[in-house]
Every structure is written in C-alpha cells, then in structure tokens.
Design a protein around this ligand. Structure first.
Ligand SMILES: Cc1ncc(COP(=O)(O)O)c(C=O)c1O
Length: 263
C-alpha cells in the first residue's frame, strides 16, 4: 500500500477531506445546534439545560475534536474501539467519551479503560462482561440500554419486552449503573416519521422505571436529521455528527492523510 506523507497530503487540497472544517465553521455549527436545542426545549416546555449535546466524532481526526473542545464542546461519541484507542489519547484531557457502537465482548476491557459511559448495552451477556472488567479495573460503568424500537433486523438493540424481562438481572450487576435508554430509530427523511419511535422509547423508559422502582434520567435519542423531534419527545442526550462536523470521512480520504490508517 502506498503511503503519502502527512505534510504532502495536507498540502494537496484534493486530498483534504471535504469536512476538515475551519474553526469558524465549527463554531457556527455548534452555536446553531445549541440554539436549535434551546428552541426545541422551549417548544416542549423543558429547561434548556435538560438536553446535552454529544458530538459524534467517529472518523474525524483529533484536530477537529480539539477545535470543538476549544469551542466548549466536552462530550464526544465514538463507535469503534480501535479508532477510539488511537484517537482519545491525542485529544484534550477535558473531553468526555461515550461509546455508541456495537460492542464485542473481546473489546470490553478497552472500552472500560477509554469511556465514561457505554450507551449501547444490548444483552445480558455484554453487561456481565462489562461488570467483570469493571470489577478488575475497580470502577463502575454508567450505561444506557440500547433498544431496537422498530424491530429492524439490520440493527442491534434489545427488543422492548426482552429488556423489561432482563432488567432486574441487569440492575443486579454491582458494577453497572443503568442511567437510561438509547435508540437509533429507522432512517427517515421526514423527522416527523421518527416521532412514534422516540415516543415508544420514552414510554418504555417509564415502564422500566416502574419495574425498577427508580428513575432512569437519560434518554439518548435524536441525530442530525431529527434531534428537535427527539427533544420534543423527551430526549436528554442528542447524538449529533453530520450537522456539526460535516460528512463523515471515507476510508480513502483517511488513508491518504493519516499514515497508518488501514481500516
Ligand atoms: C449511534 C449513532 N448515533 C448518532 C450518530 C450521528 O448521526 P448524524 O451524523 O446523522 O448526526 C451516529 C452516526 O453514525 C451513530 O452511529
């Protein structure tokens, strides 16, 4: 495989990924998203600080994350352990990281080292592995349970009824702290079409709270195309990538400018 030096690649405009943004653009996007979050909260009669923005930084380089952190963004989401392992040590220490992708058992140990929250717990087996690794690391792990709200065959996540059936067992794991639910609903071009899925997650959260006899404060739902609807339906964490950073970088672009990038 032919490698291009970082210097050479970044001096060639054609090789620059289209989403390597100027700080100015990033500030503008961040302000606009925050403003839209506040407006959605207002429409829903909610406090503006009841929603936290998680910046989905997958595929984006540490420089982009540093620029976002300089603008005040603290919380970031990654979905691949290998990528996170290489990237997180190069990012400002004040950044906080949530894992939002499918987590394989053999990657749990790294996840426990790298992340402050795992948003994508989708089985008792995975939860037990996280519990075991946390015990070894002498820590606890805040988690969200990922729900496949529409029963899509292509997606990970708990079927709602299975989640309710396993909830007590999940909750009994001493190193796991269940903070709430997360979902990635079916892709739709009209955000309104996502509303019933968001509502279903909120209702499931209420049923889960009744089973546990305790509140679950977090509902992670809503992405670039539908986060305002998600907020109207009760989201407390919105996970936004494209609207903040622009299109995600493709492997070919990344290979050109990141020596060693092979994925
Ligand atoms: C779990 C999850 N949440 C949020 C996002 C962000 O999506 P968007 O770029 O549409 O904001 C992604 C992107 O792939 C994702 O995988």
């Amino acid at each position: 495989m032919q490698r291009v030096s970082l210097e050479k690649a970044t001096s060639n405009k054609k090789l620059l990924p289209p989403n390597l943004q100027t700080n100015c653009q990033l500030t503008e996007n961040l302000n606009s998203i925050q403003q839209r979050i506040r407006a959605a909260c207002e429409r829903a009669g909610r406090a503006p600080d009841s929603v936290t923005l998680l910046a989905v930084s997958k595929t984006h380089p540490p420089e982009t994350i540093r620029a976002a952190a300089d603008c005040g963004q603290v919380l970031f989401g990654e979905n691949k352990i290998q990528e996170a392992k290489a990237k997180i040590p190069l990012c400002p220490g004040k950044c906080r990281w949530h894992f939002i992708g499918h987590l394989q058992s053999n990657k749990v140990r790294d996840a426990v080292e790298l992340f402050q929250m795992i948003q994508s717990v989708d089985s008792l087996e995975l939860a037990r592995e996280i519990n075991k690794r946390c015990e070894q690391a002498a820590r606890k792990m805040p988690v969200l349970l990922e729900v496949n709200v529409a029963g899509e065959a292509s997606k990970f996540g708990y079927p709602p009824e299975k989640l309710l059936a396993e909830l007590q067992e999940l909750n009994a794991l001493p190193r796991i702290e269940i903070h709430g639910l997360m979902t990635v609903p079916p892709f739709v071009t009209d955000a309104e079409k996502a509303r019933p899925h968001f509502r279903r997650l909120r209702e499931l959260k209420e049923r889960a709270e009744a089973v546990l006899g305790a509140p679950l404060p977090q509902l992670s739902m809503g992405m670039s195309g539908d986060f305002e609807v998600a907020i109207e339906e009760g989201a407390t964490l919105v996970r936004i990538g494209t609207a903040l950073f622009g299109p995600r970088r493709k492997s070919a672009d990344r290979k050109a400018i990141e020596p060693g990038f092979e994925n």
